[in-house]
Design a protein around this ligand. Structure first.
Ligand SMILES: NC(=O)c1ccc[n+]([C@@H]2O[C@H](COP(=O)([O-])OP(=O)(O)OC[C@H]3O[C@@H](n4cnc5c(N)ncnc54)[C@H](OP(=O)(O)O)[C@@H]3O)[C@@H](O)[C@H]2O)c1
Length: 275
């Protein structure tokens, strides 16, 4: 294909797709707890569940950010709760979950989305400080283990539950200057599979969604089109793409799916395109 035509196919900025979502209402009466709800992907996931009728609990470390998102969703006609919860602190996790379960009568769905890649650090592993590595592991892997461990007690008794970890295609494939992030995200696959085996008898499914690059507002058009070109579909993800897949895995339609990883990445993780 001629270069200029190919360039035109590259879709850098996409509008979120919401087709009849508000009519689905698959999660009425369901309590959904989202970690890292104030980030870009967490917000889209929270909005998606709220639109479908769930009782969503936004969680994160900053009460100010949580209140602001709650107010924004309220302006959109979506009533949500929030709870301050630092996933790196076991006491904070236990206290927040207990408060939520007492207030709302349980927790049906846990979305483990809190995490960061320290993209700005861009260091090879041998240059990385132990402190940075520990901090990243504490949130991205240990944090997911802690929340998963805690939530199960609220799901076991009701013999149902959905746990979804947000991993990354970096965990599937590795990435230069992201070794500790890749290790943490790959660790989620082992966690997910073991949990899926352990929890199946209680009607609880555990799955992962692995996003490709979900660009930030600050990224340059040049960087974005370069990243889009690396995907098979010549398109980058928007947060709503991730939310759609998460909602599917939490839905009744996905009740037989457990221990699986779903890459939502425009085909980026398939390998080299040859161009
Ligand atoms: N964006 C991408 O391209 C991409 C690609 C693949 C995978 N992912 C994964 O998707 C998830 C969300 O990414 P994002 O791009 O939406 O990130 P983001 O916008 O930076 O949001 C991260 C969220 O995590 C929360 N958080 C951070 N540390 C926390 C802690 N100790 N306890 C509780 N919450 C904490 C932050 O809230 P507070 O700071 O207020 O606590 C924030 O709400 C992450 O797990 C990320 O690794 C992202």
């Amino acid at each position: 294909m001629l270069d200029f035509l190919k360039k035109q196919r590259i879709v850098v900025k996409r509008e979120p797709q919401y087709i009849y979502v508000d009519r689905l209402k698959r999660f009425e009466g369901t309590v959904v707890l989202v970690t890292g709800a104030t980030g870009s992907i967490g917000e889209a996931i929270s909005r998606r569940f709220a639109v479908e009728g769930a009782r969503v609990v936004l969680t994160g470390r900053s009460e100010e950010k949580l209140k602001s998102l709650q107010a924004q969703l309220s302006q959109e006609g979506l009533a949500v709760d929030y709870a301050v919860m630092d996933v790196s602190n076991e006491h904070s996790v236990a206290a927040a979950m207990q408060t939520v379960a007492n207030r709302l009568g349980g927790i049906d769905v846990l979305i483990n989305n809190a995490g960061y890649s320290a993209r700005s650090e861009k260091k090879y592993l041998h240059e990385q400080t132990v402190e940075n590595i520990d901090n990243l592991m504490r949130v991205n892997l240990r944090g997911v283990i802690l929340t998963s461990r805690e939530v199960v007690q609220y799901m076991m008794s009701s013999k149902q539950g959905r746990i979804i970890h947000i991993s990354s295609i970096v965990g599937m494939q590795g990435k230069v200057a992201h070794a500790e992030y890749a290790a943490a995200k790959a660790g989620l696959f082992g966690l997910m599979k073991s949990q899926a085996i352990e929890l199946g008898r209680y009607g609880i499914t555990v799955n992962c969604v692995s996003p490709g690059l979900v660009p930030r507002e600050t990224a340059s058009d040049e960087k974005l089109s370069d990243s889009a070109r690396k995907t098979v579909l010549d398109k980058l993800c928007v947060p709503e793409d991730i939310a759609h897949s998460v909602a599917f895995l939490a839905s009744k339609e996905a009740e037989l799916i457990t221990g699986q990883n779903l890459a939502v990445d425009g085909g980026r993780s398939l390998g080299l395109k040859g161009d």
